[in-house]
Every structure is written in C-alpha cells, then in structure tokens.
Design a protein around this ligand. Structure first.
Ligand code: ADQ
Length: 415
C-alpha cells in the first residue's frame, strides 16, 4: 500500500480561544474543556489520530494552555523507545515577538518540528470536535489524488454556513474543490440538496513540502489573517491543488449505523450540551462503548461510582445518565445528566438535564435543572439552579437563549 511507504506526521491545532464557550473557557483552552465526565475535548482528535496509526503528533497550544499541557503530558505519554510521542508545543515566539496570529501562523512558527521529522504527509486537525474518524482512509485518498491538499468535509444545514468553510466542488471532477469560502454570509445550497452545504471539518491532509511552501508564502503576506481556513486552503484551491474527502465514506471499525457519520462542532454552550445529550440516549447517537476505536483519556486513579440510600433509608433513582468515577450519589434523583468525576449528590437532591464537571457538590434537597456546573461548584442545601433564568442572570451566571444556565468554576450557589 502506498501509504505504508509514506511518513505521516500529525499536527493538532489547539490554540483557539473558544469565546463562544465562555464561561467554560474563562481559564482553560477550549480543547481542554471537559467532556462526557472523564474526557477533554482534545481526546477525540488525539484518539482518532492514534487509532489511525499516526504516532508522532504535536499539539500547538497558545491560549490559557496550562490545563491542556498538563492533560497532554499526563494522559498522552508515549513510550519514547518506539519513537512515538504526543507533545504539546506552546507558542515560542521563534519568528519574532508575537504570539500565533492565526492557525497558519501557528504552523509557520512550528515549521522546525516538520523539518526535524521530514514527513511526506502532514495531517492537520482541529481540537474541538466530537467524532470518530479514520485518517488513514483520508490519507490514502489524498495520495491517490496527487493533489497538494485534501480537506475533510461533511454536509451541514445551510443556515450554519457562517460557522464553516463552505466547499464547492467541480461538477466534472467532484473530488476537486473549485471554490472555498470561509464562513460566508450568503451561499447556495448543494445541487442535490438545496438546504445543505458541504462544510469543511477543519481537518486537512497536505503534502509536507507544499504545506511548508504555502505557510511560508502566507507569512510574508501582510494582508493575510494567517488562517488555515481563511487563507491557506483558498490559496491551494486557487492553484487547482485542493481535493475534498467526503466524511460519508469514512468507515471506522465498530461504528454503528447511528453514529457512523457523527461529527459535532461543540463550539457553543448549546451544541456542547446537545452533544452530551447524544451520549445518554438509550440507543446513543454517539456510542462511547466502541472498543474497536477507543477514545482514550486520563485513567483516573479513583474509586468506582457508588449509589446508596441516604441516612434515612430513602433510595435514589437514576436513569439515562452517565456517572463518572469517584462519585457518590445518595438518596437523590438523577435523570438525563452527565456527572463528572468525584461528584457528590446528597439526600433528596434532584439533578435533571444537566452536566457537571469534576468535584461538583449538590447538597441535600438542592435542585439542578438544565444547567452546566463547572469544576468545584457547590449547590447549597435547598438551593436551586436552572429553574429561574432571571434569578440565575441576577446571580451573574450565563443563561443561553435556549435557557441553559452555566455556573462558573468554584461558584457557590446559595439558597
Ligand atoms: P474555526 O473553528 O472557526 O473554523 P479556528 O478558530 O481557526 O477556526 O479554529 C480551528 C482550530 O485551530 C481549532 O482547533 C483552534 O483551537 C485552533 N486554532 C485557532 N487559532 C489558533 C492559533 N492561533 N494557534 C493554534 N491553534 C489555533 C475552522 C475552519 C473552517 C471549518 C471549521 C470546522 O477555519 O473552515 O469549517 O473549522 O469546525
């Protein structure tokens, strides 16, 4: 197989701010935001790359990267003896006294890493999506096409065009991109489905020499925003050198008909919440229990989750939920919720349609509904959150348009 002779190197772009996920990104980078209890968002990108056979991967970080760096060094440590690594590389101001001004600049400033490894192919992926993808299949198509760049794509509703790079393919050669518009306001739908567009997933495969050439040229262009989607991909397209890889053809071992094409950008509070709800449906829309394509993460050195009666002998109920290690739930009602590690829910408390991060404590009789509780939040005895949007706003919490309340890290919700 051609691919076996090629050396493939992975770059994960993890420097984005994640403004639309505030306050969850107040003091952590978006790729470090916890997901589904024990994971961090970046685990999906890294697990996909590793499961695809890539084992030399750098993560380019910048914004509030401390917890991200710690997670990568603790969780993704590789046996160096095999030459494998996942290393996080902070912006180092190697090319002058400025941080990365965009994702292409992040790669430009890190070209020494590519020069060190001398790969044939570079796979560049974002760090903030929930999905399974076998990049080996995309790399194979890239090699077969002979093009310099390949962009992974998925159909999305047309009203989301402002969030994505929108791809127009050549009708005479559907594998080739004819036009690439980054986050356009106005766009036409697909010929066979006018309410949909073909969106870039923000995952790319490049010939290494071409990537070096394009980002180097881009760095000299003062009019450029130095963005992969806004500048580099359009430049490849202008030269007729970009192809599209349709995600629909990606076949990951162990995936189910329901979650085969699952891909979610969890860039907003609402989409982040919905992706959690996808996990807990009886027939999950996204199945975490696929052992053939595991999403690896931190191995918490924690005791199992435990469910007990409360001190008065009242039993609790728990349904359609995920409860992480270290948690103790006593005499309380949990429904359609995802609880992070070391959560405590006490006697008579109710947690419904909610997400908690690590070490949240819900005291006796408290009520949590349609809320996201960040790390270390305490909901005091008898207090409620998520039941009254005006009260939650007055307390200084974020309430989304759809009525989700987000309680920031370390907050104490008083009665
Ligand atoms: P966005 O996600 O909006 O669109 P961007 O904010 O550049 O684009 O983020 C892409 C990735 O790069 C993220 O993982 C982010 O963390 C990282 N990143 C951003 N700035 C960075 C920097 N300065 N240094 C390092 N990493 C950085 C992109 C594409 C679209 C595509 C969508 C799919 O531009 O074309 O449709 O992803 O979600």
């Amino acid at each position: 197989m051609a691919q076996a002779q090629k050396k493939v190197f992975g770059i994960v772009l993890a420097g984005g701010e994640g403004k639309r996920l505030m306050p969850l990104t107040t003091d952590r980078a978006k790729p470090a935001v916890p997901f589904a209890g024990q994971y961090r968002l970046i685990d999906f990108a890294l697990a996909n790359l590793m499961n695809s056979g890539l084992n030399q991967i750098v993560v380019l970080t910048q914004y509030k990267s401390h917890s991200l760096d710690r997670h990568i060094s603790q969780t993704w440590r590789m046996p160096a003896i095999l030459g494998a690594y996942v290393s996080s590389v902070p912006a180092q101001q190697r090319r002058g006294k400025h941080w990365f001004s965009g994702s292409a600049d992040a790669i430009f400033q890190s070209l020494n890493l590519i020069h060190d490894e001398k790969p044939d192919i570079v796979v560049v992926v974002g760090a903030d999506h929930v999905y399974r993808m076998d990049f080996a299949q995309m790399v194979q198509q890239h090699i077969d096409s002979g093009l310099g760049a390949t962009v992974a794509a998925i159909r999305q509703p047309i009203e989301m065009s402002t969030a994505f790079g929108v791809i127009d393919t050549d009708p005479n050669n559907p594998g080739r991109i004819r036009e690439f518009l980054e986050k356009p306001e106005q766009v036409e739908g697909l010929p066979d489905s006018p309410k949909e567009i073909l969106a870039s997933m923000g995952n790319y495969v490049f010939d290494a020499d071409k990537l070096i050439e394009y980002v180097t040229r881009d760095a000299e262009n003062e009019d450029s925003k130095h963005d992969m989607g806004g500048d580099i991909i359009p430049a490849f397209v202008a030269n007729g050198d970009a192809g599209v890889y349709d995600f629909i053809h990606n076949d990951v071992p162990g995936s189910t008909p329901r979650d085969r094409d699952y891909w979610r950008d969890v860039g907003t509070i609402d989409s982040f919440y919905e992706a959690h709800m996808d996990l807990i449906a009886t027939l999950p829309v996204f199945n975490l229990y696929n052992e053939q394509w595991p999403i690896m993460s931190q191995q918490l050195n924690s005791p199992p989750a435990k469910f007990v009666r409360d001190g008065r002998g009242t039993t609790g109920t728990m349904i359609d939920s995920i409860i992480s290690l270290g948690s103790v739930i006593s005499g309380s009602h949990i429904e359609r919720s995802v609880l992070g590690p070391w959560t405590r829910v006490m006697s008579g408390a109710i947690v419904v349609d909610s997400i908690t991060f690590d070490r949240v404590q819900v005291e006796p009789g408290a009520i949590v509904r349609r809320a996201i509780l960040d790390k270390n939040v305490v909901v005091r005895e008898g207090a409620s959150v998520g039941e009254n949007p005006d009260l939650d706003r007055a307390r200084g919490y974020t309430v989304t348009e759809s009525g989700l309340t987000v309680v920031p890290k370390n907050a104490v919700v008083e009665r």
